[in-house]
Structure formats: structure tokens, C-alpha cells
Design a protein. Structure first.
Length: 182
């Protein structure tokens, strides 16, 4: 499968019809929206996420998101920073309490476009979420103010914690990705 590169996002090799569709939608959005890396709910925006694996790569660090009241990977808004791998790593540090996290690849791991529901401050909007793969190397986890809790969730038990397809995709894509990109 061929790879594509997007400025500020990086290189991605879509493997499935879902991957190709998400990448094409992200590419089209970035080409059409001058403020793609901003935070305008009227247009949607690019976000950066981190799948942080444990040192033995058997678990992933998930956060119980305070506003959405569900378990997700770490991540957040770019807030105008057009360097999504940096944003994903920054968010991983800010939300985890870990003191050393290393990228497992410089390539995009996954793209997931999903709707964020309307709340008191913003209308419903799309997050064009670009995900990267990391590994925890040092530190104790400590939840930030953005979450109720953090947990190392064994990959074999993800469905017991979340039904989010955007999180469950980790287990399906991890082994092939590690073999080809790490």
C-alpha cells in the first residue's frame, strides 16, 4: 500500500477501506480549511492523539474523559499548532503524569474522524483525530484535570472498558504496524 504525506501531520500508509476513507477526508479537510489546526467548532478541527503502550507493550494507557464520560486514548486540540505529532506527545505528557514517553514511529498510526456532541459552550462538530504510537518508559501515571481517572488496560481486555471503535482499532492495527514501522 502506498504512503501519503500531509504537512504538519506526517506520513500514513492506509491499509483498509476505512483507513483510505479517513485519510482522504482528512486530506480534503486540510486542503479546504485554512484553520484546520485551530479550534473552531463551526468547521471542525484536527486533533492529535497518543496511544501510549506500557513498557512491555501489553497494555494501553486510557483516560476516563471528564467531559465525555468515556474511556479514550490520550490527546487533544492542536490550538493552532500545525505539528500534530508534537501535539500528541505534548498531550500524552500533560494528561498522563509520565516523565518519559518515546515515539515508536514517526508515522501516523491511525486517523479517526468522529463527532463531538454539542455541549453548553460549543455546537456539535468533527474531530479529525490523527493518532500516533508511543511507549511509556518512566514515571507514575497521574490523572490531569481533564479526566476522572487513568488506567493501564490490557489490550486483550479493551472491550471490557470501551466500545469505542476508535479505541478498539488499536488492537487490530498494532501488530502489523509494529512489524512494518517500528
Amino acid at each position: 500500500m502506498s504512503s501519503s504525506v500531509l504537512s504538519g501531520i506526517g506520513c500514513y500508509s492506509p491499509q483498509t477501506a476505512r483507513d483510505r476513507s479517513m485519510w482522504q477526508r482528512l486530506t480534503d479537510f486540510c486542503a479546504a480549511e485554512p484553520q484546520a489546526f485551530g479550534r473552531n467548532p463551526e468547521t471542525g478541527h484536527v486533533t492529535g492523539s497518543a496511544f501510549v503502550l506500557s513498557a512491555d507493550r501489553s497494555s494501553v494507557l486510557l483516560t476516563h474523559h471528564r467531559k465525555l464520560n468515556r474511556w479514550f486514548q490520550l490527546g487533544g486540540h492542536c490550538d493552532g499548532i500545525a505539528d500534530v505529532p508534537f501535539v500528541a506527545l505534548k498531550e500524552a505528557y500533560e494528561e498522563s503524569g509520565l516523565v518519559r514517553i518515546r515515539p515508536l514511529s514517526d508515522r501516523v498510526f491511525d486517523v479517526d474522524i468522529h463527532e463531538i456532541p454539542q455541549n453548553a459552550k460549543e455546537c456539535a462538530h468533527l474531530h479529525y483525530d490523527v493518532r500516533y504510537l508511543f511507549q511509556a518508559e518512566a514515571g507514575e501515571i497521574a490523572a490531569s484535570g481533564e479526566s476522572h481517572a487513568l488506567a493501564w488496560v490490557p489490550l486483550s481486555q479493551l472491550e471490557e472498558v470501551t466500545d469505542s471503535p476508535g479505541v478498539l482499532v488499536l488492537r487490530d492495527k498494532l501488530e502489523p504496524f509494529l512489524k512494518t514501522h517500528c
